[in-house]
Write a protein that binds this ligand. Structure first.
Ligand code: TXA
Ligand code: MG
Length: 316
């Protein structure tokens, strides 16, 4: 299959929407990372997503919608969920909520669970496509399962490290401003939990809820999203964390005062580091040398960055 690069103008959006309506797959820019979108009502399209990514089929997908009103038609919101939706949507927050009966979402999307993960992206191209398409889009990150997430169209289109040749098209809107996936919040016996740290700081979620949330990365008894396999976001090269200098042959990615051949953020700015993270990992991986990465603080967006780095460095 030839993967088309489409510009996100009116004609391009019409073409992307038409491909989706035919059950084909289109990679779509969002503010977090590029997503591999398919019609969430079409079981064959959803099966195609799992197949293109080589993803284990027990791992459910996020449903993307244009606004809260559309979300309320497929899931039920209690007061805390609605509070978070009103404060953070559109944006880098995913909520795991009870799925409504008859919502029309293919059961492969939720992997048969009684809950559904929903996100309202803020990226203007994702918004424009959702409105034009007029239906729910299932979209995991547009990378082969276990590989580095894509923050640029070129990452997606690469035939070796991306999905080039396996999907119909990529809507090319440049690089993703947030750079790490959404924060996933769910409720476990009525208690809010961060199922995956991401582009919205957990502290900001706690401030809105007025209560602490369970953090699986700190509390080993808290549940995590079923997709949180340990080795993930993995470059082909070996990855060493908390490096203050490069060992011979290593490519050092710096942060703040630790300078490297490249830096997540020379200023030590966590938002800048998140936006640069996957692109630097892709570039370092192209260099074909072992990768060393400077320490990053665990606060704010640092939790999401360190989560991705620990997975990149985990034994495969
Ligand atoms: O920023 C993002 O969230 C990106 C963009 C494209 O929106 N999407 C993304 O999707 O990262 P994906 O499929 O790579 O990650 C989905 C995560 C998985 O860890 C999955 O296990 C979890 O969401 N998830 C989905 N549905 C769930 C559910 N019903 N209960 C618990 N976790 C769920
Ligand atoms: Mg992913």
């Amino acid at each position: 299959m030839h993967t088309r690069l489409i510009s996100p103008d009116d004609a391009g959006l019409a073409q992307a929407s038409e491909l989706l309506a035919q059950g084909q797959l289109v990679a779509v820019p969002t503010e977090t990372v590029y997503g591999l979108a398919g019609d969430a009502r079409n079981a064959a399209a959803v099966a195609g997503i799992y197949q293109a990514k080589g993803r284990p089929s027990f791992n459910p997908l996020i449903v993307h919608l244009p606004d809260l009103a559309a979300a309320e038609r497929i899931a039920t919101f209690d007061a805390p969920a609605r509070l978070l939706a009103q404060r953070f949507w559109p944006g880098a927050l995913t909520l795991v909520l009870p799925l409504r009966q008859g919502a029309g979402i293919a059961s492969l999307v939720t992997a048969g669970l009684a809950t559904v993960a929903i996100r309202i992206p803020s990226h203007p191209v994702a918004q424009a496509l959702l409105r034009r398409f007029g239906g729910p889009l299932a979209a995991p990150s547009a990378n082969p399962s276990g590989r580095i997430s894509p923050t640029a169209a070129a990452h997606v289109a690469d035939p070796e490290t991306g999905l080039g040749g396996r999907i119909a098209a990529v809507l090319d809107a440049g690089s993703c401003p947030v750079g790490v996936e959404s924060t996933i919040i769910g409720w476990v016996h009525g208690q809010p939990a961060v199922l995956r740290p991401g582009g919205i700081a957990t502290e900001a979620v706690e401030a809105v809820l007025g209560q602490p949330v369970l953090r699986p990365e700190i509390d080993p008894d808290a549940p995590s999203a079923p997709g949180q396999l340990t080795s993930h976001y993995a470059p082909r090269a070996a990855v060493r964390l908390d490096a203050l200098r490069a060992e011979p042959g290593e490519l050092l990615i710096g942060f703040g005062a630790v300078a490297g051949e490249m830096s997540l953020s020379a200023q030590g700015d966590l938002a800048e580091a998140a936006a640069n993270l996957f692109d630097l990992l892709h570039r370092a991986d192209q260099a074909g040398r072992p990768i060393a990465i400077a320490p990053v603080p665990e606060t704010g967006l640092g939790a999401a960055i360190n989560d991705r780095l620990r997975r990149a460095a985990a034994p495969r």
